[in-house]
Design a protein around this ligand. Structure first.
Ligand code: GLU
Length: 423
């Protein structure tokens, strides 16, 4: 995760960003003002203190959040991130984006997100386990397979999900695998979930190019971030025939004109903690990666990476958003004027939550699917959504982000109108 502090006067409060995006779509689709007013507000935001005994015997109190944004279409759904820069506003924005994402790809979930302000790279496994279990315990009344279902996000993974599932199950008195997704296979995870977000990014990128009469074959790609999303996006994009020429992460960046050897780079990064120092390739700075003259740029790190300060220098033809919120609203405008086509996060990175949905269905029914089944259904859902976004963009003469919001909001609106407003 490269933390490239944005050099800009533009407001980067992610909640503000999410609100601007929503309001733009509401205007273009002429949304009922009452529904807009509802959708501008999260249903519930909780802030909790999490006391943890550290390995040296000291007690440290961490701050955590869970935002349950909207549940018109189904239980709240969304990841939990552990990161030093987590804020309440960020968690609210991420929860809003989950709401639109689930509606856009038509899975029966609402949107939520959680975060804990901590630096997991400086904590032991024992400390992380105690933090996760205490956070879960504190949120317990708000969680459940039919209430709110967390999943991995930045710096959380299968092990974190196992601790949540175990803690929740102990208090229920029975195994409740459906309370989280993104678990290991042996405790009710789904085959294909680990790769799903990166695979989805690649499927959506390939379909987008196809819809514009192009092919992914031989196209150059630069990827910012080499965590779960960036690494699997690199793997599948190169398997689909693209040339991944540059990758950066928190340790540095690597560049090779003929395409980087992704499996070797993945093995190297796993071993050494990052891509920097990978032998036989040129180093590249993160800032320079963002402005490479590539066909596709995939920001797969944190929010706000492409902003007013650097958007003018972007030379990619397409930006496929692997991260949530990597492009600020001001940068969005600048890039559109430059003719850069942006495939928005809520479409491009929806593969993760789609397979989370398949995992949840498997947990509910007790029936495990084959990986081929998971991948086939993932592809169908994402390709359909990509076509629908293109059609909606044409219908409203608007950009893909706004079109994605419109589609998502239309689906939420149908449910809202059918169910009505209580009381
Ligand atoms: N954290 C992922 C996202 O932002 C996945 C969420 C999920 O699977 O619930 O989409």
């Amino acid at each position: 995760m490269k933390e490239n502090k944005p050099q800009t006067t533009e407001t980067l409060n992610p909640a503000e960003m999410a609100r601007l995006q929503l309001e733009k779509a509401a205007k273009v689709m002429n949304l009922d003002p009452g529904l807009l007013e509802i959708l501008r507000h999260p249903k519930r935001v909780v802030e909790v203190s999490i006391p943890v005994r550290m390995d040296n015997g000291e007690i440290k109190v961490f701050t955590g959040f869970r935002c349950q944004y909207n549940d018109f279409r189904g239980p709240f759904k969304g990841g939990i991130r552990f990161h030093p820069q987590v804020t309440k506003e960020e968690v609210i924005a991420l929860a809003a984006w989950m709401t639109w994402k689930c509606a856009l790809v038509d899975i029966p979930f609402g949107g939520a997100k959680g975060g804990v302000i901590c630096d997991p790279t400086k904590m032991s496994q024992g400390e992380l386990e105690r933090l996760t279990r205490r956070f879960t315990y504190t949120l317990m009344p708000l969680l459940g397979p039919d209430i709110d279902i967390p999943a991995p996000d930045v710096f959380t993974g299968e092990k974190t999900m196992a601790w949540i599932m175990d803690t929740y199950s102990i208090f229920q008195g029975y195994n409740a695998p459906g309370v989280v997704t993104g678990k290991s296979l042996m405790i009710g995870g789904s085959p294909g979930r680990r790769e799903a977000t990166g695979r989805g990014v690649s499927i959506v990128a390939r379909k987008t190019l196809e819809l514009f009469g192009e092919s992914l074959e031989g196209k150059s790609v630069a990827i910012q971030g080499f965590g779960n999303v960036g690494s699997f996006a690199a793997k599948f994009l190169s398997e689909f025939g693209a040339r991944v020429v540059a990758i950066s992460d928190v340790t540095g960046g690597v560049y090779q004109e003929e395409g980087l050897p992704i499996p070797e780079l993945m093995a190297y990064a796993k071993e050494s903690g990052g891509v920097a120092g990978f032998p036989g390739v040129r180093p590249i700075r993160n800032e320079d990666l963002l402005t490479l003259p590539v066909d596709l740029l995939v920001p797969a790190a944190l929010e706000g990476q492409i902003h007013e300060g650097n958007a003018h220098d972007v030379r990619a033809r397409y930006i496929v958003e692997g991260a949530n919120g990597p492009v600020t609203p001001r940068a969005d405008e600048i890039l559109r004027e430059k003719g850069v086509h942006i495939v928005p996060d809520i479409l491009a990175n929806a593969g993760g939550v789609i397979v989370s949905y398949f995992e949840w269905v498997q947990d509910k029914t007790g029936m495990a699917w084959e990986v081929e089944e998971v991948n086939r259904r993932l592809q169908t859902k994402l390709e359909r959504a990509t076509v629908e976004v293109k059609e909606t963009a044409e219908r409203y003469q608007t950009d893909w982000r706004t079109a994605s919001y419109i589609l998502a909001i239309e689906r939420i609106q149908e449910v809202y109108e059918e169910r009505g407003l209580f009381p």
